[in-house]
Ligand binder design. Structure first.
Ligand code: SF4
Ligand code: SF4
Length: 373
């Protein structure tokens, strides 16, 4: 597909009645937001990511996807941060149900990276394929058309090659793009991954890829896989973490962690939520809201009479051992897709790769009944 046809692809998706959301420039970062024309895409932007560091520059390049994964994931579009789930009004001695289901937009998620495709697959496993189906999530997911993009240049905190969730998109998309930009040539290799994707291709002006195009795309994919910012040994993580619940590293990391929850908010696989009830001052109206929660808040582990995980040590250990250990026991897969966002956006510069390696490097095998203090 010629570069000039990219805007046409966005038009076609909109003509199908879809709201297109994808990477946009906002607040000095690449966020996810509405895209009405191709000019909304952060063309020519390059990001630099390291622990607690994010810097965006415009390098004058015509590349559309010259950056690594956006600062935010697509999670808020399929699992909203806040949702009203019930509303009642007092009438006489009873209550009237005033809750209406919000209309779900038909979405096109545009420019989804391999790590975020894998994260969506993890959320599907938990919220759709488990014993309890999240109906709101199901309706949102069913409305989604996904246009994925193969990464050309991973960021400094990426390690999806280690978690085997990237950098190439291999499943979970309707269309996938590979940007081919070299020596005055600017095209996209576009492949369909579903009947819906094939149908969209029929509306576009396309030509068969040349052998050079295919070779270029292959080399670019190999280069991306070899240029990961980080590497993590994921072998035997469940056993390693289960064997080290009392490792001294938990105290070390607790002395640095602010319990700010940033890591869980940016993580594309975190799905914990809490329920809040509110009533109007006159006592005539009541609402129930569901909103994102984090294992770093004290209330998240409140059972009867108090919180189970009082200390930072216990909360950080819960986050790391769940993502990289017990998640596998629960869902048969790692809870991490190697996007690196928690490393970039942790204000304390805490790096999950380094924390895992520190425990592996000094495997103390200190396993006792988990204390919750
Ligand atoms: S734990 Fe960190 S690196 Fe892994 S998916 Fe979540 S944010 Fe990305
Ligand atoms: S690990 Fe970092 S981002 Fe996560 S709660 Fe602690 S300080 Fe915040």
């Amino acid at each position: 597909m010629e570069r000039a046809e990219l805007g046409h692809l966005i038009d076609v998706l909109q003509r199908e009645g879809r709201e297109v959301v994808g990477p946009i420039f906002r607040n000095q970062a690449i966020d996810i937001g509405p895209i009405t024309t191709e000019a909304d895409l952060p063309i020519g932007c390059v990001d630099e990511q390291e622990r607690a560091t994010y810097r965006l520059t415009r390098n004058g390049s015509a590349r559309v996807f010259g950056f690594s994964e956006p600062a935010a994931s697509f999670k808020p579009y399929i699992f909203p941060q806040r949702q009203r789930i019930a509303a009642f009004r007092r009438e006489g001695r009873g209550f009237v149900d005033e809750h209406h289901e919000e209309p779900i937009p038909r979405l096109a998620l545009f420019g989804v990276r391999a790590c975020d495709l894998a994260a969506i697959a993890i959320l599907d496993r938990i919220l759709l394929e488990g014993p309890y189906v999240d109906e709101s999530y199901r309706r949102r997911r069913e409305s989604c058309f996904i246009v994925a993009v193969n990464c050309a240049q991973p960021g400094g905190t990426c390690f999806c090659a280690s978690t085997q969730t990237g950098p190439n998109c291999t499943f979970g998309y309707d269309l996938v793009l590979t940007e081919l930009h070299a020596k005055g040539n600017h095209r996209f290799l576009i492949e369909a991954g579903s009947p819906d994707g094939l149908e969209i291709l029929e509306h576009l002006e396309l030509s068969e890829p040349t052998d050079d195009d295919i070779d270029f795309a292959r080399r670019q994919r190999e280069h991306a896989a070899d240029s990961m910012g980080r590497e993590m040994n994921v072998h035997g993580l469940t056993e390693l973490l289960n064997d080290n619940t009392q490792h001294s590293r938990w105290d070390d990391v607790a002395s640095r962690c602010f319990n700010c929850t940033n890591c869980t908010l940016v993580c594309p696989t975190c799905f914990c939520a809490t329920i809040e009830d509110t009533t109007s001052f006159d006592g005539k109206q009541a609402e129930r809201w569901k909103r994102w929660d984090s294992c770093f808040t004290l209330d998240h582990s409140y059972v009867h009479g108090g919180a189970v995980r009082v200390s930072s040590r216990a909360r950080y250990r819960q986050w790391l051992t769940h993502k990289f250990g017990t998640w596998k026991e629960q869902f048969g897969m790692l809870g991490c897709v190697g996007c690196g966002r928690c490393i970039t956006w942790c204000p304390a510069g805490i790096d999950v790769v380094e924390e895992i390696e520190a425990i592996r490097g000094s495997d103390e095998k200190v396993r006792e009944e988990v204390d919750h203090g």
